[in-house]
Design a protein around this ligand. Structure first.
Ligand code: ARG
Length: 400
């Protein structure tokens, strides 16, 4: 075994087949020590027994971090505030969690004296880019190891064989039909039968939403309260960011809200078919926009909407920690100061319907816009000159 100059590696570890094999492979290939690190971002996987499992596979140590509140508060909420939607439909559940996971990965690596970090993302996806751009931004001194781009294991069968050879403890592993990434914001599915973009997903694939057809015939109403663009309550009850998102996931999931099926452009240049379930996030985006409609100045809203696709692209491509992102986030924060109030919505068979919005700092004026007699603040005669000047350039162009 060659000395590859790495003494201690911090590995992002889930206890599944891939990262278990990676753990062992690092020890064999680098002759180094391994510290396992697991981030809880709401993937709802059993974390009990994970440290024992990591140690049985050869890890020196295993650190588990509960990042659910930070994820909702510092990543999901800012994305909602900035209307971050990639290619028109993807709410970025995976892309938002990656920089957070990598940020704590760096912290664990430093705290445990590691000189390298390793992850189990493949060489074809966005996730490797998101992890590694974050490592570069926050800890350029750490060596990055991406086994999927290095080793000669090519398939699940190869991994199983490797696990058997080194007696790595793995549970009875049924072949996984999809590549799934789950967190508090969403569940994403890729691969397997989904690789045919004409083929509809099987209904039993979905984990957090029912199909709209199977949703209750009774609609359900709810009220979401916001302060400065941040969701703070549901039906008058204050909830922490993670609790609020979890609560909305449950309620909206029952009504089949938040499914998306798309073919997206990965940063690395491939087109890929993805299916997503984002029930709570879908409700938050809709509610937030409805509140903005009465609380944002027209030009502020339009400006934010112009750069929102770019904001989404930065998130998707992994540039959460970048100077251009800092600039954009400052602009978004500034736009949100007045976004305070309540939104009333209805969940019904896959749809989110806005029923009402109100705000103590509303910019909407019933008095000004009314079809009835107003108090004289708006003089309709002014519209004559306004339109005449707007039309100057247009007159005399004939039918051209
Ligand atoms: N295509 C989505 C994205 O790039 C989801 C990726 C999910 N990752 C995974 N390992 N299955 O954000």
């Amino acid at each position: 075994m060659a000395d590859r100059g790495v003494k201690r590696v911090c590995l992002a570890y889930s206890g599944g087949l891939d990262t278990s094999v990676i753990l062992r492979w690092l020890i064999e290939e680098y002759g180094c020590e391994v510290v396992a690190y697991c981030a809880d971002v709401g993937q709802e996987e059993e974390l009990d027994g994970l440290p024992e499992k990591a140690q049985a596979t050869g890890a020196q140590d295993c650190v588990i971090k509960d990042l659910r509140e930070e994820f909702a508060r510092d990543f999901v909420y800012p994305a909602v505030q900035g209307s971050a939607v990639y290619e028109g439909v993807y709410l970025l559940g995976t892309a938002l969690a990656r920089p957070l996971i990598a940020k704590h990965h760096v912290e664990v690596a430093r705290a445990t004296g590691c000189d390298a970090v390793a992850h189990g993302a493949t060489g074809k996806g966005n996730d490797q880019v998101r992890f590694e751009l974050t490592f570069r931004a926050l800890a350029p001194e750490l060596t990055i190891i991406a086994p999927w781009r290095d080793w000669d294991l090519r398939s699940r069968t190869d991994c199983m064989a490797y696990a058997n050879k080194y007696e790595i403890p793995i549970e009875a592993t049924l072949a996984k039909p999809y590549s799934i990434d789950r967190n508090l914001m969403h569940v994403s599915y890729e691969g397997g039968v989904l690789e045919d973009p004409w083929r509809a997903p099987d209904e039993d694939m979905f984990q957090t939403t029912v199909s709209p057809e199977a949703a209750p015939d009774e609609a359900e109403e709810l009220v979401i309260g916001f302060e400065a663009g941040v969701p703070v309550s549901v039906d008058g009850k204050s909830l922490s960011p993670a609790d609020l998102l979890h609560h909305l996931n449950q309620r909206a999931g029952r009504h089949g809200v938040g499914r998306v099926d798309m073919v997206e452009n990965r940063f690395v240049g491939l087109k890929s078919r993805g299916v997503y379930e984002t029930p709570g996030g879908t409700v938050l985006h809709a509610a937030h926009r409805a509140l903005e409609s009465i609380t944002l100045d027209r030009e502020v809203m339009h400006e934010r909407d112009r750069f929102a696709p770019r904001f989404a692209e930065l998130i998707y491509n992994g540039f959460w920690y970048s100077p251009e992102m800092d600039m954009m986030r400052a602009a978004i924060d500034s736009s949100q100061r007045n976004v305070t109030g309540d939104v009333r919505l209805k969940l019904y068979k896959g749809s989110v319907v806005i029923l009402g919005r109100r705000s103590p700092v509303s910019l909407y004026s019933e008095n000004l816009v009314t079809f009835e007699e107003d108090q004289g603040a708006y003089d309709q005669n002014d519209a004559t000159g306004f339109i005449r000047l707007q039309g100057l350039r247009l007159s005399g162009r004939g039918e051209a």
